[in-house]
Design a protein around this ligand. Structure first.
Ligand code: SIN
Length: 288
């Protein structure tokens, strides 16, 4: 995809596209020592490519927090205890013998909130020699590929978003063996928020599908059974291979994605190996 503003030539960073669909690797930067002019180029490349990858960084939780703060006000994840002294940084750990991984399904982070998050910054501390990649899918391309009839049908439709399907009493994570310390927040588990299933990106003006299966219960004014066929179609449509890219982690890699127009999926294909990441999220837009 082209730069958000194609007339801007990057002078401080190199941008290497990661696939035909979305994503780019940024070279030539040390994220722990960043000046404002370099960040402006990074931010422009981020809007244009939707997810950026950085290699060979050395980021303490404080460095990651400082870089994330450049994208906006930081959010607090409700269901996992953050690192001591770093309220915005959560560990995402899968031990050698942990069975279930965190984020192992296509989703947009914290879309169940009244303000779904804008950006996620994920940093690799210890990663498997092979496996544990993260997949990303472009929700702008997925929307644009729909027929005019389907676009008209989706226009004005809202999803009922909730954390209950994952974090609730009957939720997917109820018996998960994640080693991270859980936090209980019953109100946020059970809350429902309505969001348009086609959203206009507040910065690029482009329309994107906004509907992730783990966090959407049904469509507004419809039953679950009535909603499911269309939700399943859209979930399959949106994550076809030609809308995706795949990132293989190394220690010191950082990915930053735009949850307003990207879904992601953490692969669980590394039994017997340990994976440890730190994650920071940036608050979403108001009004949504
Ligand atoms: C997440 O869903 O934020 C985790 C992604 C990953 O661990 O690759």
């Amino acid at each position: 995809m082209a730069q958000a503003n194609p007339s801007v030539a990057y002078s401080r960073i190199q941008v290497e596209p990661a696939s035909g669909a979305l994503g780019a690797e940024i070279q030539g930067v040390d994220l722990a020592r960043l000046d404002d002019a370099t960040f402006e180029e990074i931010y422009d490349a981020w809007l244009a490519n939707q997810v950026l990858f950085f290699r060979d960084q050395s980021l303490s939780p404080a460095d990651q927090t400082a870089f994330a703060s450049r994208f906006g006000e930081l959010d607090v994840y409700p269901f996992i205890q953050p690192l001591p002294d770093f309220p915005h940084v959560i560990p995402i750990i899968k031990e050698k013998d942990t069975r279930m991984n965190f984020g192992g399904g296509w989703h947009s982070d914290m879309s169940y909130q009244a303000r779904p998050v804008k950006a996620t910054l994920l940093y690799g501390i210890q990663v498997p020699a092979r496996g544990g990649d993260t997949l990303f899918a472009n929700m702008i391309a997925a929307y644009e590929a729909l027929s005019d009839g389907m676009k008209q049908m989706l226009d004005g439709l809202r999803g009922v978003f909730t954390a209950a399907k994952v974090h609730g009493a009957e939720g997917l994570y109820q018996n998960a063996d994640h080693p991270m310390a859980k936090q209980k927040d019953s109100d946020r588990e059970q809350a429902r928020h309505l969001h348009p299933v086609v959203r206009t990106h507040p910065e690029t003006g482009r329309k994107a599908l906004f509907l992730d299966a783990p966090h959407v219960e049904r469509f507004e004014n419809m039953r679950i059974s009535e909603s499911e066929p269309l939700m399943s179609f859209l979930a399959e449509h949106a994550t076809q291979h030609h809308f995706t890219t795949r990132f293989s982690w190394r220690p010191g890699s950082l990915a930053v994605w735009d949850n307003r127009c990207v879904q992601h999926y953490a692969l669980n294909d590394y039994a017997g190996q340990r994976r440890e990441m730190n994650r920071v999220t940036v608050k979403g837009d108001v009004p949504f």
